[in-house]
Design a protein around this ligand. Structure first.
Ligand code: UD1
Length: 386
């Protein structure tokens, strides 16, 4: 087998380096299958850089361990800060790595601050960038992620997309479509790989609830949690749901800090809402698979819920992932917290959705196309052995 396809047979010692950037929780889940697929194709010169945007054990190490993620070769340790500060710190630290390593390709994923900062550092040095999960658009310029998406796509040489509307969005922005590669969703590759193990865990048992009878909640977007009055309205709605159905809420550190400042944790506690620390990848997948419904403002969870067939209610005015509505289980609740009152466990078995190219093999397609596009990273070793 030579997955290199068009790639010439490059002696292994001339194979050039690929640098993968991860920084925040969802990056790990998206990037793990691609690193693995490239390795399987003989691309051994891969370096993983962890920017340290997420650094708590529960936000980083536990997820990396669950995914069997390779130990990052380099940790930038930038931590938290304002958007400008965090982005600037990653930009400066990553530039140093690039100057030292001179890779043939940098791969960034998703839409977090680390994604944009690293794409910018690489493109200024003339190093090609591939963007995994390119082309998603919410149309909402108040979201930091939307700014990161648009700018990262503009800076990237290869745009790996997960759904057809990504191409349409890019076309509308005048992006050269010869850069676009529709490969599918690598987050769902991870999900399919770990689904059986996660189900076996039945993590809901540890919270004294029955499968299918609880609502799982995650909320961390600034637009939902940073404004005390809005957060209080959301908490009031959640406590109302919590009185009729058990509710499990793994609380992001940002959200916990805001709820604690506003004295809202006690209100949740009194209503019996199970506010727990963030959980690892396998436990969270398990909690999603066993839920009767999910409330979220996360992008990735809209996708995972659709793949698992669990009813998902998104507390946002828009989504950059409309395919989860048209082909999936996602309902956009809009901007008003009282809309949450409609949420209840579905009472029906999950109805997993079939979304084109969300089939567990997106990373294989992404790896094939990267090797064809950048022969210097290619399967020199495999070709040499063949
Ligand atoms: C970031 C991403 C968001 C993504 C989310 C996934 C950006 C702009 N946002 O949001 O798109 O959906 O990750 O979780 O990049 N904190 C800790 N420990 C940590 C990490 C964060 O305590 O390990 C706290 C800090 O107080 C920090 C705050 O959480 O200031 C926010 O973290 P940050 O990385 O800036 O953004 P997220 O809200 O996590």
């Amino acid at each position: 087998m030579t997955m290199a396809g068009a790639a010439p047979a490059i002696p292994y010692d001339e194979q050039q380096l690929v640098v993968h950037v991860v920084g925040a929780r969802p990056n790990f889940v998206k990037m793990a299958p691609l690193i693995d697929a490239l390795r399987q194709r003989g691309v051994d010169r891969q370096l993983v850089v962890h920017t340290g945007q997420h650094y708590d054990r529960k936000m980083s190490d536990e997820i990396l361990e669950d995914l069997g993620f390779p130990q990052p070769d380099c940790s930038l340790g930038v931590g938290s800060g304002t958007h400008g500060e965090q982005t600037a710190k990653v930009l400066m630290a990553f530039e140093e790595v690039l100057l030292e390593q001179r890779p043939a390709l940098v791969v960034v994923a998703g839409d977090v601050n680390s994604t944009l900062a690293c794409a910018l550092a690489a493109s200024k040095l003339g190093i090609p960038v591939a963007h995994l999960e390119a082309g998603l658009r919410s149309g909402d310029w108040t979201m930091p992620e939307e700014i990161n998406r648009v700018l990262t796509d503009r800076l990237s040489d290869v745009l790996l997309t997960h759904s057809p509307e990504a191409r349409t969005n890019l076309e509308a922005e005048g992006v050269d479509l010869s850069r676009v590669r529709y490969v599918g969703n690598t987050m769902i590759d991870s999900l399919r790989r770990f689904e059986a193990e996660a189900r076996e865990r039945a993590a809901w048992r540890f919270h004294d609830v029955e499968e299918g009878e609880y609502v799982l909640v995650t909320l961390h977007r600034p637009s939902n949690v940073d404004e005390p009055r809005r957060l209080a309205e959301i908490v009031t709605a959640l406590t109302t749901i919590g009185r009729r159905s058990p509710l499990i809420f793994p609380v992001h550190p940002r959200t916990r800090a805001r709820m604690s400042d506003a004295g809202l944790l006690t209100q949740m506690d009194t209503a019996g809402v199970r506010c727990i620390d963030p959980v690892g990848y396998l436990d969270f997948l398990s909690l999603q698979a066993g839920a009767g419904a999910i409330v979220t403002d996360s992008g990735g969870i809209q996708e995972e819920a659709a793949a698992l067939g669990i009813a998902c209610y998104t507390l946002r005015a828009n989504t950059e992932r409309p395919v989860t509505i048209s082909h999936g289980t996602n309902t956009l609740l809009g901007d008003t917290p009282s809309a949450l009152l409609a949420v209840r466990p579905s009472g029906r078995p999950p109805t997993p959705c079939v979304i084109p190219l969300w089939d567990g093999h997106a990373a294989d397609r992404a790896a094939d196309t990267l090797i064809a596009d950048f022969p210097a990273i290619g399967a020199g070793k495999l070709a040499a052995l063949a």
